[in-house]
Design a protein around this ligand. Sequence first.
Ligand code: HDD
Length: 716
Amino acid sequence: MASAAVSGAAKQVFAATTENAKIADLQADMIDPAAKPTKGLTTDHGVYISDTDNWLKAQDGVNTGPSLLEDQIAREKITRFDHERIPERVVHARGAGAHGYFKVYSDAAAKYTYAPVLTDPSRTTPVFVRFSTVQGSRGSADTVRDVRGFAVKFYTQEGNWDIVGNNIPVFFIQDAIKFPDFVHAVKPEPHNEVPQGQSAHNNFWDFVGLQPESAHMVMWAMSDRAIPRSYRMMQGFGVNTYTLLNSKGERFFVKFHWLPELGVHSLVWDEALKIAGQDPDFHRKDLQEAIENGAYPKWKLAIQTIPEANEHDFDFDILDATKVWPEELVPLEVVGEMTLNRTVDEYFPETEQVAFCTAHVVPGVGFSDDPLLQGRNFSYFDTQISRLGVNWQELPINRPVCPVLNHNRDGAMRHKITKGTVNYWPNRKEVGPPVPTKDGGYAEFMQKINAIKQRVRTPKFQEHYNQAQLFYNSLTDYEKAHVVNAFSFELSHCDDPVVYETYSKLLNNIDFDLAKQVAINVGGVVPEKPARQNHGQATQTLSQLYYAPKEPTIASRRIAILLADGFNLKEVLALRAALKAGGATSWIIGPRRGKVYPAGEQVGSGEGITADHHYEGQRSTLFDAFIIPSGAKHAQTLAQNGRTVHWVREAFGHCKAIGAIGEGVAFLREAVQLPGVSFAADLNSDSVTTSYGVVTTGRYDAGTAAADTLKIAQGE
Ligand code: HDD
C-alpha cells in the first residue's frame, strides 16, 4: 500500500536500494509488470485474456442471462481469490519486514566460534528481518502494549542462520511445554474473542498470577519497552542461551544482543493509544519511510559469552530464559553491525511467507539445554508446515543462497526437480554423500550426559523475583511511574476480583511501593508490609535511558511545521533546509492540504507553500517534534482555532520537543498556555539573537534535536 506518510515530503532524500546475494537470488522469481513482460493480462496458464470484467453469459441482448460455469477464465479468477489467505502465524501474526546485510568488524569472535559469519570481516551476509507484535491478529494496530518480535535470517554461505528474538531479553515461561498455555491465556478469550491487540484481560492476568516464573517478563512488558517509538529504536535479544564452538573444540554459552544506532525510545501511553486509532500502521510505515529516505536502520550485534566450565558460577541458572545475564557479571562484546537498506517489493511473498526456525544454526553455532529453546527447536518447523506446507524452505524468501542438496523429496508444492535415479544414502553412484565435519559438515558438541529421565527443573529455576526486583530497582523514577500506570490500566480491565487481587498480591514480592500503588488504583489487596526484603540491587543497563544515543540526532525524525496563512516564508524555507540537512523529514501542517499563503501574499493567489496535511489530517501524535514559525496573522489564526490549540497541547502532554519563533512563541504563551511552563524573559531578549525561542520538554533527545534545528535555522 502506498501510504500517505510515505508520499510527499518523505521522498525528499530518496536513496537507491542496494543489491546483495539474496536480492540477486530473488530476481529469478520477480515479475515487473512495468517492464511489460507480456502484451497484457494472461491466465495462470499463460493464455491472453480479452475481457476481465464480464463473466461469460448466455444472453440475448435484452434479458440478462445466466452466468456460465463454462467460463474457465472467471472460474480461475474467483478460485484464486477464494484461496488467497493462508493461516496467520499463531503468534506474531502482525509484522513488517526488510532486507539488509550484516558484517563483522574483525575476527575477534574467533576465540569463541569458527562460524565465518561471525569471524570473517571480508564477508557481507545478506539478512531479512521481520519485526512483529505478539498478541494481535494480522490486522491489529502497531502501537499496542506488547512484546515486539525481532527475527533475523542470515543467508550465510554455510546455510541459513535464524536468530528469532524479541525486544525484551527474557521470556514469560521457562519450559516450552507451557507455551500453548501462555499463548491461550494472552490471546483473545475463547468465549468471545476479546480483546484484540492487548493483554488487558482476565485470562492473561489469571495465568501470570498463578505462574510466578512470568513475573520478570511481565515487569518488562509493563515498562516503556512494550510501546516502542519505532522498530528502529528497539534493542533485540536472542533471549535463549545458545552455544558457540571454536576451532579448538571449546564451547561457550552465548546470548545475542542487537543494539540500535538510534538508541532505545518509546511512545508515551496516551500517544500509543491514540496512534493505534489514528494510524494503525505507524510502525510499518515508519520502517518503510526511513529506508526509502536512505535513513537506514542499523544495529550492532553484541555477544555475552560464558565458558563451559563456568556454567554454574551464578546464582541463577544461565539456561533459564526468564533471567538476564547482568552485564556487570558478563559484559557485552560488540562483534558486528546490521543495516537494513531495502524494503520489500511485495508483502505476501516476502514478509508473510518468510519463516524462521530457531533450529536453523550454522557450523560453529549450537544450542544449549535451555528448555525453552529445546522446545522451540521443534515448534518452528512444525508450525511452518501448517502455515506454508512442508516445502516451505523452497519458497524464494526462505531458500538459502548456498546450494542445497539432500534426499528429502516430494510433499505438497515441491518446486525442485532433482535429476538422477537415486534418492537415498548410501547409493551405488555416491550421489549426495554426507560431508565430514572436517570439511564443513555440521558438528555437534560432544556433550557428556549422565542423567535420569524426569519431568523437573533444577533448583535455581525455582527463584522468580530477584531479577524482577533488579529490573524495577534499575528504572528511573519516571519509568517506574509508567510501570505503575501500566499495571493499573491492565488490571483495571480485569473484572474478576480473584484475578486482580492475586496479581496485586504477587507484586508485593517485587516492590512494596509498586504493589501498594497498583492495589490502591485497581481495588486490589493493599499490602501493609513487603512480602520479601528488597535486595536493593540495581544495574544501569536495564533502564532504557542507558541506551539513549551518545550524540542525539534528528536523522529520520518526523518534524512538523505548523502553519496558518500569514506565516514567515523565509523562516520556513530555512527550517526545511536545516531539517533536511540533518536527515529529518519536515511536514507542513496547515489549514488545508494544498497551498498555504505566507505574509505578503493574498490567500488564494500567489506562490504559497504546499501543506502535506490539514490540521486534522495528521495530528501531533504522529510527529516527534514541531515548530511554529513567526508571522502575526498566522499566529493569531492558530490561536483562534481550538483544533490547533489542542494539537499543540496534546504534543506538550506527550513530551514532544516544541520549537517556536517570534509570534509563534506568543501563540504558545498566550493561547496554548502550557501548564507548568514559564517563558524565560530572555526568550525575546538579545541573548537569543533574533526573536527565536524554544520550549523543550521531557524527551531530551528530541528536545536537543529541536534546539539544534533552530540553531541551524538561525545561522541561515
Ligand atoms: Fe516463538 C513465532 C520469538 C518462544 C513458538 N516467535 C515467533 C516469532 C518471534 C518469536 C519473533 C515471529 C517470527 C516471524 O517473524 O515470523 N518465541 C520468540 C521468543 C521466544 C519464543 C524470543 C522465547 C525465547 N515460540 C516460543 C516458544 C514456542 C514458540 C517456547 C513453542 C514451544 N513462535 C512459535 C511458533 C511461531 C513463533 C508457534 C509462530 C509463527 C512462527 O513460529 O513462525 O512456532
